[in-house]
Design a protein. Structure first.
Lengths: 113, 113, 411
């Protein structure tokens, strides 16, 4: 099992969600985060005084999947989130050692879907 | 590649960010979280009723790095966040299997920066 | 009692309620501008002033301000409102109960120290703030109020015009704020850490309440429901409108985008500037006063403040001090007897002396306020210490001073 974590542009969330649903992936956890990367940030002006903001609003997706779903998940996220411009985001894949469904206490591949 | 996750005091975020920039770690994802550790939580009083041991506000950093950046990243976080008092936070390091840049679909170490 | 006019009384009482609402309005105006960890601190300071200064006022503040006394301060004969009753006091307002005049003035005494909060936001100990406020109300506001408005007050005898409190309220609070920020010092990390405002819609809501309440502040200062109230009502509204538009256009031109924060700041600056002039100037003059105040205040907060590096956190001086000084001087330029026979002609109506009078009134206010405020701050600092601990400032005033927080993270 793998844990896929993706940071994407907030306005791309509906597109990514649709692409994931189309690929048969319905489980995900979404968080509001701020982050910085190659995008250099932007400036806000308050009463004429310019503030540089370098932590930009992003959305973080967290998806636990079985091995065979890793590829479709990554493809779906790319399909939904890619614009080709800086700031599109990142996808991380990590080993997921165990997964337990709280309701039934099932473990492993059965619990993940 | 590794994912470094740190839970720190919210007011130390700026200092940590600055230290991370110094060691050229520019990709950071930040989210507000609540937590409990050895600190027993804060007391808040509402209309005379004391609420003991509420969760503490913390900030969670998530940083994907190449292996040779793990040590500098940890050192920078410690440097920025450490006060020596209870509540300074924790740092966790996980193995990161894959990393994909959505914009270019590059993979691996090249995608991480 | 037969001299009481029902319409005048109704308007002054309604105006008192309008001015009362300005302090909670200011609480939101300022509260939105601070970081989320300090918003309750601001709201608390404003509400405590509403409570504490109202009591100070009826116990002795009103007497020090308005009772017959010497040219600098009122006497003590109206302590605890003794002799201040339902019958009118013809020295101040002949057609309304003395109590109505008293409570209208109470709301002014409340909002003035509340304005200062903006200068030292996010770093002052609550106990120190409370002691400072009571001392300041007693030793700065009350005497200055007497000098400008009290019978026998020396600025009043000098012939300086101040319709609704440009000197007493705005210059006074603005300069006190500047002195306070210099004595107390900057917020920690002011230069290299952004201190972004946490809730701009609160700021807009607060500005809207201020604009609404200001009709009581200025038109109520006619102390009657007559032609002069209508004049002040219209000049107030128009100056605010002109200033808001002026700030937005200026910002659009300088920074490339007009902002809501700038626009509401301009509106408040316009309201400040028209305050001393409201019942003395014609409507076209109000437009000019409004347009220009935004230019001066914009320059003060976006160029002068960053250059000099003082941390007037929410621009109490930049908006109220600068706007108030401009308003007081503009009154000396634009006042005309054709609007208010009890007023005077200004510079543009053939009476340069009036401008000089206004200038003296501004100068006296600035010096008096600066000196006494400085002394009070030093006294409070010696008593309890003005600033919160470094760590408390980082954690925020809400939790450290009041043990409560404004926003939950979960649920």
């Amino acid at each position: 099992m793998k844990l896929v974590i993706a940071m994407i542009q907030p306005h791309k969330l509906p597109d990514v969600k649709k692409a994931l649903f189309d690929a048969g992936i319905h489980k995900m956890t979404v968080t509001n985060v701020v982050g910085c990367g190659q995008q250099k940030g932007y400036s806000e002006t308050y009463r004429g005084v310019v503030h540089n903001v370098n932590l930009l609003k992003k959305v973080r997706l967290e998806i636990g999947v079985n091995e065979e779903f890793v590829k479709p998940t990554i493809q779906a996220i790319i399909k939904g989130a890619k614009t080709g411009k800086i700031g599109d985001g990142k996808i991380f894949v990590m080993e997921l050692a165990r997964c337990i469904r709280v309701r039934t206490e099932e473990e492993g591949n059965d619990a993940i879907g | 590649m590794k994912i470094v996750i740190a839970i720190i005091q919210p007011h130390k975020l700026e200092a940590v960010k600055k230290e991370l920039y110094k060691v050229e770690v520019n990709l950071i994802t930040v989210s507000p979280v609540l937590g409990h550790g050895k600190q027993k939580g804060v007391n808040e009083v509402y209309r005379g009723v004391k609420e003991v041991g509420n969760f503490l506000r913390k900030v969670r950093l998530e940083i994907a790095v190449n292996d040779n950046f793990v040590e500098p990243t940890i050192k920078a976080i410690v440097k920025g966040a450490k006060t020596g008092k209870i509540g300074d936070g924790k740092i966790f390091v996980y193995p990161l299997e894959r990393c994909i840049r959505i914009r270019t679909e590059e993979e691996g170490s090249a995608a991480i920066g | 009692m037969e001299m009481i006019n029902a319409g005048d009384t109704a308007w002054v009482l309604a105006s008192s309620a309008l001015v009362m609402l300005m302090t909670p309005g200011l609480a939101f105006f300022y509260g939105g501008m601070v970081r989320r960890k300090n918003v309750l601190g601001i709201l608390m300071q404003c509400f405590i002033i509403l409570c504490a200064v109202s009591l100070q006022w009826v116990l002795f503040g009103y007497s020090l301000s308005f009772a017959p006394g010497n040219p600098l301060v009122g006497g003590l004969q109206w302590l605890g409102l003794s002799g201040v009753g339902q019958a009118p006091n013809p020295d101040y307002a002949a057609t309304i109960p003395h109590l109505a005049f008293m409570i209208f003035q109470a709301m002014f005494a409340v909002i003035t120290p509340a304005l200062i909060i903006g200068a030292f936001a996010e770093r002052v100990k609550f106990s120190a703030f409370l002691i400072f406020t009571l001392l300041w109300a007693t030793f700065v506001y009350d005497p200055l109020c007497h000098m400008v408005w009290g019978v026998g007050g020396w600025l009043r005898s000098l012939g300086a015009l101040d319709f609704a409190g440009g000197t007493v309220v705005h210059i006074n609070a603005g300069v006190a704020g500047l002195v306070a920020t210099l004595v107390i010092g900057k917020r920690r990390g002011y230069e290299n850490t952004p201190t972004p405002l946490h809730n701009l819609p609160f700021v807009v809501l607060g500005a809207a309440l201020l604009w609404f309440g200001w009709f009581g502040f200025n038109a109520g200062s006619a102390l009657g429901a007559g032609a002069l109230a209508a004049q002040a009502f219209v000049t107030t509204h128009i100056a605010a409108a002109a200033a808001g538009l002026s700030w937005a256009l200026l910002e659009w031109n300088v920074n490339g985008r007009p902002t809501i924060f700038g626009t509401v700041t301009g509106v408040v600056a316009g309201l400040v500037a028209i305050t001393p002039a409201a019942g003395f100037v014609a409507v076209p003059s109000a437009i000019i006063i409004g347009i220009l105040v935004s230019v001066f205040c914009f320059y003060a907060v976006s160029v002068v403040k960053p250059k000099l590096g003082y941390d007037d956190s929410l621009d109490a001086f930049g908006v109220h001090g600068i706007g108030g000084i401009w308003g007081a001087l503009a009154t000396g330029l634009f006042a005309t007897k054709s609007v208010n026979a009890a007023g005077a002609d200004g510079f543009f109506y053939g009476n340069p002396q009036q401008f000089v009078n206004q200038f003296i009134a501004v100068g006296v206010t600035v010096v008096f306020t600066a000196v006494v405020t400085f002394v009070i701050l030093k006294v409070v600092d010696a008593l309890v210490g003005l600033r919160v601990k470094e760590e408390d400032e980082e954690i925020g005033l809400d939790l450290t001073q009041h043990q409560e927080v404004a926003y939950t993270v979960l649920e």
